[in-house]
Unconditional design. Sequence first.
Length: 159
Amino acid sequence: MRAYIINRQIDDLRGTLFRQTMFAEFEKIIHAVEERGDALTLDVFRSQYHTLLKAYFAENFVLDAELDLECLRIPHFYHAFYVYKYATGISAAVTLSQRVLSGEPGSVETYLDFLRSGGSKFPLETLKAAGVDMTTSAPIETTLHLFQQRLDELEELLL
C-alpha cells in the first residue's frame, strides 16, 4: 500500500511539474512559429512536439510515433498560456506543505494566514507572506527534491 501511495505521488508530480512545463514550452514554441509568419502544419506540430518529448522523456522511454500527435488532443492548448500554472501551483503547494511538515517555526500560522487572505492580495504577495518566494527557483527545487526523495523511497521498497 505504501508503494502504491508513493507511486501515485510520483506520478502526480511528474504529470504536474514536468509535463505541464513541457506543455507550456510547446505553447511558447508554437506561438513563436505563428508570430514569425510560418504555417502551422501538422508536420510542424508533430516535429516540435516530438522534439520536446525527446528532451523531457526519451532518455528512459520509447517514443511511439503516435505520441507526436498527443499535442492535438490536449484541450489546454486551445486556451492559450495557462498550463504553467499547474507547475507553479504544485511547486507552491509542496513548498508550503514541506514547511509545515518539517515543523518550521511559525509555518502553521503563516499557512493559516495564507488561507485567510483569500483573494485580498496578488498571489505572489500572498505566497511570499506565507514563506514561498515564487520569484526564485527555491519552490521548484523543493518540489524536485521531494520527487527525488519519493523515487528513492519507492526504489527502496521495491528492491
